[in-house]
Each structure stands twice: as structure tokens, then as C-alpha cells.
Write a protein that binds this ligand. Sequence first.
Ligand code: AMP
Ligand code: ZN
Ligand code: ZN
Length: 419
Amino acid sequence: MKKISVLLVYLLWHGLAFAQVDTVQRVIHDRYNSPAQQEKPYVILISADGFRYDYADKFDAKFLKSKRSEGVEATSMLPAFPSKTFPNHYSIVTGLYPASHGLINNYFYDPQRKEHYSMRDRSKVEDGSWYGGTPLWVLAEQQQMVAASFFWVGSEAPVQGILPTYHYQYSEVMPIERRIQTVVDWLSLPAEKRPHLITFYLPEVDHAGHRYGPDAPQTKEAVLELDKHMQRLTEAVAKTGLPVNYVFVSDHGMLAVDTQNTLPMPAAIDTAKFMVSGGGMVVELHAKDKKAVKPTYRKLKKEAKEYQVYKKSNMPKHLHYGAKHDKYGRVGDILLLSDAPKVFHFSSRPPSPGQHGYDATQVKEMHATFYAWGPAFKQGVKVDTFENVDVYPLIAEILGLPYQHKIDGSRHLVEKVLQ
Ligand code: AMP
Ligand code: ZN
Ligand code: ZN
């Protein structure tokens, strides 16, 4: 009986959770490629979440290794701070640091709106008013080039009122075969309806890395499985005969953290005076009354062990996360950054053995992956580590999409890696 009721609760819970999202393709009608855009090449931007810079070699991902050697391979790609999924996926497609585009973490508090953003809350994820910048698909659609997204952070929300022509609500129940077939179907549409920019997202390697750690056999298995999916996708797309370019990236890496001695909420924090958000590697304190900032900061500085304390006004410049960068006023007044491999842990559930979120300039394991191949790319090129905000100018160049707005990324890769 107990087993049945547990099963019932499970089904009800998951049934309800799934009920919020559907797996139906959403299509914006009346979108066409202009005749000039129909002449352009194609880009598939693929993100393998949590695919650390060294995974392909560490676990011998043969297909990816062969593709990168036919095209471009970066030593690694530097994620923006904090090295979390939402801020970094959105940095890749906007060319902006998190504090410039507004998605400063997976979960954060906005004191002006007096609201929390959460990656688990569909009403926030699909609300375009949280998202700054001009994502690549918006740039494309603004210039009458059709874009499609089989998942990407931000692609479910109308940003500047614009969604990708074809997109889906995020859901992990859709089989990979169906997702690959959908990409092939998109590329088989008549030229005026065929998307030139496609985003694609694979979460499994991140899941395995969290659950078992970056060195576990299960993580290796997830990497090798992903390698096979990439091969299937590439072979299926090749049959279309179209000039397709692949940009394979990840958002961050993964570190085996100290799960034995985690950092508790520091005693100096009076939760009546601060709105506390975050955990893991970054804790943000928003003062309800700014007068509380100075004394709490002083106390924390005295107390701090195995973590660093900053005010928004004295955050290290290279993090691009201080008062000067905080365009949307979402960064906390005080920030606590744990020293690797330490993590703040406030819940009763056991901490995951694998985690990410640290300053990637200090913790190499946070570095992400960048490989690219296809007719637009030079062959056999290796480039040094670069920041993920530099991907935007590269893809805009391949697709011939000019832009006037200021971004944080630079064009230095364009000459180096493109034909
Ligand atoms: P984290 O590793 O904690 O930074 O978060 C990664 C998680 O983000 C993955 O497990 C995905 O399930 C989830 N995720 C990725 N894209 C989306 C999306 N568009 N909507 C909701 N969740 C997402
Ligand atoms: Zn991630
Ligand atoms: Zn993760």
C-alpha cells in the first residue's frame, strides 16, 4: 500500500510538473527569409551543458575530436562570472556579461521589481522583461532571417518582443532522435521558411557531472553518449547538402567540491536586515536598509574563512560584476564568494559532488569548451582561451548580420578562425 501511494504521489507530482510545459513546436507565422538572407550559410549553435574544456580528451570523445581537428579548437573558453548555466548561455548569445544582460544567475533577486527570478519558474523564464541585450536570434529575425531554437536560455521569452520563428518550451522528456529529426526537418523547409540560425542544447553531461562528479564513469558515459548524438546530428544534417557551420560550446566546467565540510550561513548575517539569495559559490545580500551594509560587511570580513567578502562597490574588476557593470541593479550589496573547492550549503539535502559557479579565471575546472567546423571556418586552427562573449561577433559575421549596439565581446576571433 505504501509503495502504491508513493508511486501515486510521484506520478501526480511529475504529472503536474509536466503539465506546465508542452512538447509542441511553437511557430510564429508570417516570418520569411528575405531573398538576400536565403543566400546566407547556416549555423547550428550547440551547447553541451557542463562539458568541461578537457572532457573530450579525458574521456576520448572520438567524433568531437575528429571534428575539431577539421576546424577550430580553442584551448578552452572562459565562462563569465558566475559560471552558472543561465548567465552563461545568455552571455554566449548576447555578447554581454551577466551584469550587462541582466540574467546574473540561475536564481536572483531584483530589488527594484521586488521579485525573484528563478530558472524553475516558467512565468519568469518566459517573461521577456527580464532579458536584456539582443540575442542572436532576435538580431537575425530583425533582419528578416528566420531562426529556430531547440532550447536555449532566453529563447522561450519574447526579447524586444521577438521570439525565434520556431521554438519549444524547455523539457527534458523529448527523445534526442526526435530533436535531431526536427533539425533536419527545419533544414528541409523551402528556402524562404528555412532557419539559418539554429540553437540546440544537451543537458545530460551537466546532470551526470553534478550527480557523480567530473571524474566518475557515469560522466564519461554521458560524454560518450553525447559524442554519438553529435555524430548522428551531423550525419543527418549532411544529407541536406546545405552549407552548415557547427559551433559546439559549453557554458562552464565542473569541479569535485568539498561535500564533507560545507560553509554554513555566516553568523554575521541578520536575515531580518538582508534578502539573501544564492548559495554554492556566490551568496548575494540585498540590504533592506542600506545602513546595514557597512557594519555587516565589517563583521563578515572579520569572520570570513574559506570565502571572500566584497561589497558591490569593491568587487574585483575582472569579474565584470561590480557596481559599474550592474546595469539592472540586481547584484547584491554584499557578495560572498567561496574558495574552491568549498561551497555554501544551506539546505538539508546532501550537496552534489560536482558543482560549478566559481571565478573561472581562478579555477581552471570551470573552463568551458569551444569547437567549430564547417565551410566558414579555417581548418586545423588552434586558438588560445577566449571569453564566451566573443562568440557573438563570430556568429553574426558568418551570418552576415551587422549590429550597431555595444557588446562586451570583441571581434578578435573573426580574422583568426574564419575563412
Ligand atoms: P545549473 O547546472 O545549476 O547551472 O543548471 C543547469 C540546468 O538548467 C540544467 O539541468 C537544465 O535542466 C536547466 N535548463 C537549461 N535550459 C533551461 C531552460 N531553457 N529552461 C529551464 N531550465 C533549463
Ligand atoms: Zn550549465
Ligand atoms: Zn550544472
